[in-house]
Design a protein around this ligand. Structure first.
Ligand code: HEM
Length: 392
């Protein structure tokens, strides 16, 4: 969490991969797992490497307020229980639902593009990267547009709890207020949709049945919290990182402008080179060994996805951003039973955003060198991205 490592963690990751691929970062603290194969192995074995580790980060014992998200699928280890619930929501993120959502995403991207081009000097996070996914999630859930600007604060407060200490009274009080506010607002939404169903995901989930049984309000609330947190910040950083890399690589921007069929390959390389989710946690359910290192039961692992994606054993010259890479597999969305539910949606948001923005914009230029990085155990991205957007 130190500012220097936050700003550029990659040399530190490379050192870990070279010298101690499974290393306890602080005495008694987390075990950092930095090589691609070891991370993948852990993600494939939820029985031994449980997602309860992730829950410890999302809701430390001193948080003082149960968070409905802890009852959601991302923390479940039992494939049967997880599969039943995930089966219900998969449809909302499948190809048919996404195709229906695409025109709406394009319309929002067009509106935001017009705005950033008219201003030219923008904070790309606030003016583009944030409002696009906020509006997508809001539309998907059928929430009121006036609330979209609140989503970021909600998600920030929930994520910030992962880096609190027991004495951080102010941060913890803010976290508890936010959980209360979200819970109150979302229960009203659920009650309204129960009374008058609409054409939205909440209404669909309320009418769905698992083996004849309806979802409980607790399950539903867990889903909604999870989607607001997992789907927003991550996509904001995918869009922000894309813009930052295009500003740093004008040749790449020119190639994408000349051939928009390259946009999906560009996004895959952004996800590999600067993945929004830097690490995810797992808890060892038994004494075990990983890469020859003994791990006692109860050890918490930080699986450094962002390190794995630059692992020289997995991809040659991984510290170089290249549009011509043909990676065999991108772990930025995780792997196995918890593979990201929103991967196709996030890729679509990225593709549509660039398809709309790039024809109208000839260059992006950074306006200041110093960037401020967020603080979170899992997600990494900039808080603001001052850019000059030059019209074509
Ligand atoms: C899970 C990354 C966008 C919803 C995950 C995981 C990763 C990830 C790494 C696995 C976590 C683990 O195994 O511990 C990303 C990235 C995104 C993104 C990099 C954007 C670029 C989204 C969006 C949504 C979403 C847009 C929904 C609106 C979820 C959910 C899970 C998940 C619900 C849990 C799935 C399960 O447990 O079965 N995501 N995500 N994500 N993501 Fe995403």
């Amino acid at each position: 969490m130190s500012p220097e490592i936050r700003a550029n963690p990659y040399p530190f990751y490379a050192e870990l991969r070279r010298d101690s691929p499974v290393a306890q970062v602080d005495p008694g603290g987390l075990w950092a797992v930095s090589r691609y194969e070891d991370i993948l192995g852990a993600l494939k074995n939820p029985k031994l490497f449980s997602s309860a580790g992730l829950r410890l980060a999302a809701e430390p014992p001193w948080a003082g307020r149960p968070n409905p998200m802890s009852a959601s699928i991302i923390f479940m280890d039992d494939p049967k229980q997880h599969g039943r619930l995930r089966g219900l929501i998969n449809r909302a993120f499948g190809p048919t639902a996404l195709a229906r959502l695409e025109p709406r995403i394009r319309a929002v991207a067009e509106e935001l593009t017009t705005r950033v081009l008219s201003r030219r000097q923008v904070d790309f996070v606030e003016d583009f990267a944030l409002p696009l996914p906020a509006s997508v999630i809001g539309t998907l859930m059928g929430l009121e547009p006036e609330l979209y600007p609140r989503f970021k604060q909600w998600s920030d407060d929930i994520v910030a709890v992962s880096v609190t200490q027991p004495g951080d009274t102010e941060l913890l009080a803010q976290y508890r207020r936010t959980v209360d506010e979200m819970e109150q607002y979302l229960s009203e939404v659920i009650a309204r949709r129960r009374k008058t169903p609409g054409d939205d995901m909440v209404s669909d989930l309320l009418s769905s049945r698992i083996e004849g049984e309806a979802l409980t309000d607790k399950d539903l609330m867990g889903f909604l919290f999870l989607l607001l947190v997992a789907g927003l910040e991550t996509t904001v950083h995918l869009l922000g990182n894309s813009a930052r890399l295009l500003a740093e690589h004008p040749d790449v921007l020119a190639r994408l402008r000349a051939d928009r069929a390259l946009i999906p390959a560009f996004l895959e390389e952004v996800l590999r080179f600067e993945p929004p989710v830097h690490s995810t946690m797992r808890l060892c359910t038994e004494d075990t060994t990983l890469a020859g290192v003994s791990l006692p039961r109860g050890s918490v692992l930080a699986l450094l996805l962002a390190s794995g994606l630059r692992d020289e054993r997995y991809c040659a010259d991984g510290d170089r951003f290249s549009l011509d890479r043909k990676g065999p597999h991108n772990m930025a969305f995780g792997h196995g039973m918890h593979f990201c539910l929103g991967a196709a949606l996030a890729r679509m948001e990225g593709r549509v955003a660039l398809e709309v923005l790039l024809p109208q914009c000839s260059a992006l230029a950074r306006r200041s060198e110093a960037l401020e990085w967020n603080l979170s155990m899992t997600v990494r991205g900039v808080r603001a991205l001052p850019l000059e957007v030059r019209p074509a």
